[in-house]
Design a protein around this ligand. Structure first.
Ligand code: CP
Length: 316
């Protein structure tokens, strides 16, 4: 695997999940693989889980890790060609990416959607520009439109907690006071489309995700109907895709409550975190035995580790 930009970069999701479950039993089994090599983690946005789990995963493989909060500490980058750079951008991506590539063997990048410029966000300009100019493997630590490390951790968590061969998995929108990106939901949908599962997406009208991603996935506008007999409820807020980046309505009725969870088949609750208690989900649900959120966060390490292992194995 040369890069990990999307869940589809994995040759076989199920095999990767099984390898990650094995790796979890012996996380230091490949600690010489990355010896003498360096990974740069570049953060254009905040992080807790991605930063720490990717760093731990890299260290488990023997990699040196350099972390930079690029958004607050780096020069503002210009991505367009032929621009007269007499405004606020100090450095062009062409130089920055090539310079960074001299200091490391893999570069991992977090750069969220702007939620103001749909065309630019959909073009994945930050991630794609690094891929184009750095010439070393690139890992997506959440980009404008995807969060494939989270989706792989979610697939591992589903595998470890499912009790039937074909579980019912529901992705539910939930309210949030701020406009949030689509990346986590998009990658979860793409991952679920590779699973043997009954998959349902539920959200209020106006919150349809990009149809290029949802394709023929089932959409149910009645949240309670969607929850019936579900084995897993995966909750996430996202802003409108059609009215790009807008909070078109913030219906508190869509919060995940204990009563709604009673409609499920003793369903497990999942969320990528961070989550706002008693806005997205009640304390009762997140503190319940059926909440998998801490296990999901733990699986972020093994998702990142299996991805970095495959990249190191491919790129020598
Ligand atoms: N789920 C996730 O990516 O968490 P962070 O934003 O804290 O990294």
């Amino acid at each position: 695997m040369k890069n990990y930009l999307n869940i589809s970069d994995l040759e076989n999701l199920q095999v990767a999940v099984e390898e990650a479950v094995d790796l979890k039993k012996q996380p230091l089994a490949f600690q010489n693989l990355g010896k003498g090599k360096t990974i740069c983690l570049l953060f254009f946005n905040n992080s807790l889980r991605t930063r720490l789990s990717t760093q731990k995963a890299a260290q488990n493989l023997g990699l040196n890790v350099v972390v930079m909060n690029f958004g607050s500490e780096g020069w503002q980058l210009e991505y367009e060609d032929g621009v007269v750079m007499n405004q606020d951008k100090s450095e062009h991506i062409k130089e920055a990416a090539k310079v960074i590539a001299q200091y490391c063997d893999i570069v991992a990048i977090r750069a969220f959607a702007s939620l103001t410029d749909k065309v630019k966000d959909l073009s994945e300009i930050v991630l794609c520009s690094f891929k184009k100019y750095a010439g070393i493997p690139v890992v997506n630590m959440e980009s404008a439109i995807g969060h494939p490390l989270q989706a792989l951790a979610d697939a591992i968590t589903l595998e470890e907690n499912k009790i039937s061969h074909k579980p019912k998995v529901v992705l539910s929108w939930a309210p949030h006071p701020k406009a949030l990106p689509h990346a986590v939901a998009n990658s979860f949908v793409e991952m679920m489309q590779l699973q043997n599962a009954e998959f349902v997406i539920t959200h209020p009208e106006g919150y349809e995700l990009d149809t290029k991603i949802t394709k023929s996935s089932t959409i149910e506008y009645n949240q309670e109907k969607a929850f019936k007999n579900a084995d897993f409820i995966y909750v996430k807020n996202w802003s409108s895709f059609k009215n790009y980046g807008q909070v078109v309505k913030n219906d508190s009725d869509w919060m995940i409550t204990g009563d709604k969870m009673k409609l499920t088949n003793n369903g497990k609750f999942m969320h990528c975190l961070p989550v706002r208690r008693n806005v997205v989900i009640t304390d009762e649900v997140i503190d319940s035995e059926n909440s998998l959120v801490i296990k999901q966060a733990n699986n972020r390490t093994y998702a990142a580790q299996i991805v970095l292992k495959k990249i190191l194995e491919t790129n020598g």
